[in-house]
Design a protein around this ligand. Structure first.
Ligand code: CP3
Length: 357
């Protein structure tokens, strides 16, 4: 152009998703709503895909299937958050820890880790090399959802991931990881450090690919007593949050731990933007204990979805009233349970989306 500068045409984008406005404490007319594990086995459309593609690894590692499954609840219920269909264990094969998720049994780690030499073999995660399909799926989801909802990514927290790879799968008493923690803490710390570095990178990769908020699942951290949480989980969560905030200061981070009533104040110390409460904590009490600067998510008992429609409505109202206006994402207190009637899920969303403060 001759002289002067020509203004770049403004790219018009849709308004920000309600979920992001709510987390930032902006004035919103109702709480945004989504459900943990909203894609999955309670949906008939998912079961049909499972028949054709019986391998969980395939369903969660093929871009087209990941996108299709992630969008199933979006198409039916129009939640305010669309979570990537994946698993917290998905990064493991890229870290040289072979695993599978077996129907009726759950996660299986083929060679559980127990020694310094085992931990030595664990590779740090390079998401762009190991899980390019996650990046591609998030980019497609972001386009499809087009800011009408927030696209959510997620990772497992270091202690929770370590519990799977040391125990070899799901566990009841967590004896193997506790034996390691309480007899060879250095070995466990080396493993936790690898997971912390890797998961920080994974969150950055998800955000760069299109995720607008990321949830960190430390589902089993509450198996630790508070002093042990302070040694084996909190520092690594803080490290992840600090690392991600350096590159992505605007990206909301949500932290979930199941049964976290004994740890709430410590969860807030991680620096996350949102703490996701399970249903054993009274929402009003949780809110008070966390203070005004942090947003809360939750916390309807997933079992409530087996109740009558009136009961579901009452519990939603009770939870939203106790959470108070703003900085609240309505959700369940843990993942939706297999066998939940789809019509009750539809009712939950209908009531939630009709609320006004
Ligand atoms: O929320 C969503 O819709 C996204 C999908 C999602 C899955 N797993 C899909 C899945 C998310 C967010 C997860 C996270 C996850 N995975 C956690 C943290 C959340 C929590 O519940 O505390 C944990 C601990 C895991 C590990 C894991 N993966 C378990 C314990 C199981 C269940 C085993 C079983 O068979 O019940 C899985 C498998 C899994 N991941 C399923 C789904 C839908 C069920 C298996 C299937 O659909 O074939």
């Amino acid at each position: 152009a001759l002289g002067g500068t020509v203004a770049e045409p403004k790219i018009t984008t849709a308004a920000e998703p309600l979920l992001l406005n709510a987390v930032r404490g902006e004035d919103v007319e109702r709480p945004p709503v989504w459900l943990m594990r909203q894609a999955g086995r309670y949906m008939k459309s998912y079961q049909i895909i499972c028949e054709k593609h019986p391998s969980f690894r395939e369903r969660s590692e093929n871009v087209d299937l990941v996108v299709e499954i992630s969008l199933q609840p979006w198409k039916v219920f129009k939640p305010d958050g669309v979570i990537l269909f994946s698993d917290i264990l998905t990064p493991l094969s890229g870290m040289n820890i072979p695993f599978d998720i077996v129907k009726g049994k759950g996660p299986v780690i083929f060679n559980p880790l127990g020694t310094a030499a085992d931990v030595e073999q664990v590779r740090e995660f390079v998401p762009e090399d190991s899980v390019p399909y996650v990046g591609e799926a998030l980019t497609i989801l972001r386009k499809e959802v087009d800011n009408k909802a927030a696209v959510l990514g997620f990772v497992g927290a270091p202690f929770t991931l370590a519990s799977y790879v040391v125990e070899g799968g799901s566990s009841k008493h967590f004896t193997k990881i506790k034996r390691l923690a309480f007899s060879q803490p250095k070995v466990l710390h080396a493993l936790l450090q690898k997971f912390a570095t890797s998961m920080a990178r994974y969150i950055q990769f998800q955000a760069d690919s299109g995720a607008q908020a990321v949830q960190i699942f430390d589902s089993w951290a509450t198996e630790l007593s508070p002093v042990d949480f302070e040694e084996f989980s909190l520092p690594y969560l803080k490290q992840i949050v600090d690392t991600v905030k350096q590159t992505h200061p605007e990206l909301p981070l949500i932290l979930y731990a199941s049964g976290s009533g004994g740890l709430l104040e410590r969860l807030a110390l991680t620096g996350v933007d949102v703490v996701s409460l399970d249903w054993t904590v009274d929402m009003a009490e949780g809110r008070r204990r966390l203070g005004p600067n942090i947003a809360v998510q939750g916390n309807v008992d997933p079992g409530v979805l087996f109740g009558s429609k009136d009961f579901i409505t009452n519990r939603i109202n009770d939870t939203v009233r106790k959470a108070g206006r703003g900085k609240h994402i309505l959700n369940l207190g843990h993942g939706i349970v297999v066998g939940t009637p789809e019509e009750n899920v539809a009712h939950f969303f209908e009531v939630a989306k009709g609320l006004r403060y």
